[in-house]
Design a protein. Sequence first.
Lengths: 247, 332, 286
Amino acid sequence: MSAMALELQGVCKSFGGVPAVREVTLSVREGERRLLLGPNGAGKTTLFNLVMGDLVSDSGTIRLFGQDVSRLRADRRVHLGLSRTYQVITLFPKDTLAHNIVLALLGLSRSRFDPFSLLAKRGDLWERARAALDRVGLAKLADRPLSQTSYGEQRRLELAMALAQEPRVLLLDEPLAGLSREERRDVQDLLASIPREVTVVMIEHDLDVALSFAEKITVLHYGQVIVEGTRAEIVADPRVQEVYLGA
Amino acid sequence: MKRNSVYSGLRPPSVAGKAGSSIVRAAIAVLLLVPAFLPFDYYVNIATQILIAAIFASSLNLLVGYGGLISLGHAGFLGTSAYVLAWLATRGELSHLWASLGALGVTTVVAGLFGVLSLRATGLGFVMITLALGQILWGVAYRWVSLTGGDNGLSGFSRPHPLGIDLSSPGSFYLFTLVVFVLAFLFVSVFVHSTFGAGLQGVRDQPRRMQALGWDVWGIRFVTFVVAGFWGAVAGVLYADYNQFVSPHVLALTNSAEVLLMVIAGGAGTVLGPIVGAAVVVLLKNVVSAYITRWVMLLGFVFVLIVLYMPEGLVPGVERLRRRTVRRGAEA
Amino acid sequence: MRFFLIQSLNGLALGGLLFLLSSGFSLIFGLMRVANLAHGAFFMLGAYVGLSALRAGLGFFAAVVIGGLAIAILGALLERFLLRKLAGRLLSQVLITLGIAFIIGDASLLVWSGDPMPLPIPDALAGVVRFGSIFFPRYRLAVVGFSVVVLAILWVALERTRVGAMIRAGVDDMEMARGLGIAVPRLFTLVFCLGAALAGMGGVLGGPILSVYPGLDMDMLPLALIVLILGGPGNLLGAFAGSYFIGFLYTFGQALFPDLAYVILFLPMVAALALRPQGLFKLRAA
């Protein structure tokens, strides 16, 4: 049995008394493709924030490859192999696409401490950035400022940034949101091309793509895990139908 | 604040081509050297003051323009350095070299301490904490008379004699300042275009995202704070040497505001901005004060006008105009 | 014992003046998220205006009213024509208040010259009040009393009036307040005006105790800042408690350790910053 890449145990988070995540316990095996489902407000993105370290949990533990990271700063978690994409655009609009990727690459590099290494001269970084952009079909736009790209292109950049960091655990927050049909197909191919060893947890509402991608599905509702299982099990489960049709 | 594209590099965008930019650089070098040999002491001294202010403003710009952290206590570093130098050179009876090193060392430690305190907040909180900390230093200089001489300040030390060269003449001191200025300019240029500098600007623009990309946001800000403090200290040493006198005024809030104005007026987040801003403010101060005694009120009005109508500063504004004329020229 | 009592009263009087200064500062910051760096200048200018009113032969109480009114008008003009232009740009607003502070400071120097000038204590409040063998200056007691009255009035205004409710709503949650249809721009002008008026009156009332001199503005501003940090933004009772705390701290510090008094003043602020883990300024997106 392969190791547990990500383990959550009794994780809770409230905002001003309103619980967003309630006693969530789940485990994702290394190399697994997990889908997080749930209606809006179920706490999925909050959960991602907690796993990433963008938010600190009120209680419970979060383990990354067996290591307790519950109190660890977000950047340290990245160094353990965690990467995520964001639903809302939090990129660098005045910089080129290549520069955006470079910032992701530097985040894991010792050079980030170096005040004397001129960025323009770092051909190695710029090459890797272009390769990362090429993987998502954005190589031609490498020198375009982000503000001059479309929403779909920016979403693909998000993915490129996360993949460029060669993570061990990848959190994808609605990677298909706002994309055209062709773009969705491209991203779907991309998702399929992610190396097998990488553990992927995805939030997504496009069920066609998501269900075909996922091996196991966790359904959240009001911050709690309702059901977990394979695609077939989930689709047949009456509780899931209630959550989506009843709520 | 306008973001510097990394491709603008060390060289200003060259319109006239490679040959042109070498000529420009040669011209600048000549211009910078001229004051050393002019017989007009008054103007040479102004040039010196501009260079010292430019170093001071550039140090603050690391925090303000590139780090996105507005400090209203930066005079604290220039002042602390100046006072420590003065104190060590007079009462401490140290040689100028050791006094200078002591000034730089002490001020850097103070910058470290202040950085830890100030970085408990960002944005407006940071502004206010730095203001308050700067005031503490001013209060010490003003009230602790036995240590700092209070309102009378500290004097009685001479200019340094690096390698035996006498710097008492305006021209020679100007050259000395110019050497330090060039070093500072080179440091800043490399610093902001380095991988660390890219990280700093990334943190300025999207701090939470940077943290989630593996950057230590607090660490970057802290290091920048200390580096800014260090170069502020360098300016302080020059300031003390130039005036051969230090008084509490150097630590006053007006001084912190003045250097902030230099950065904002010239263009925060550009390498040339603070230098231009320093020149403008120093010239205004010296030229204007010959005709109008209400220099501070004018500073206030200039501040207000710039904030209202030219918040990005002179250098980006001019750069924008130039690009527009170049484009129009190319299309013609 | 005598020393303690006298210093305590001095501390109280200073606390009262600080409350007049910082209540406005705190309200302005709490509602508008603007750190009004001209607030010390408002205090000083109010004192100068009061001085001129007294010189023109008016009574002390008239001088207080005129001082407050003049600064209120100035505040209204500044808010309406400068700050409002920069709505949403917090940093620009703060910087512009700094520029205004400079202008007011230097203009005051021009009009009233550089000599420190104490304001005369009105006859009605002159003299001492006797408690046993201790004599307290009546004026200082009056200042304390006045600050308590102001606190009461402000408290009632905030808690019991519609406008007060709107202000409190804005302090708590600006987005929600806007969503509820509260006329935010007018509220801003009102609060800025009010804060300015309080500072102006405080300046006149402080005249007999602190005198008025160039630099008073920059002496008072950091104190308002400390009280804001200690008391919390938009928190009236916090401003009251913080003002008196600082008043005491400063007075006793001055008396016991004159060289270090200024530093002692900032120690609580430094402690607050060091101990409160999240920092003190959780600003919402403007």
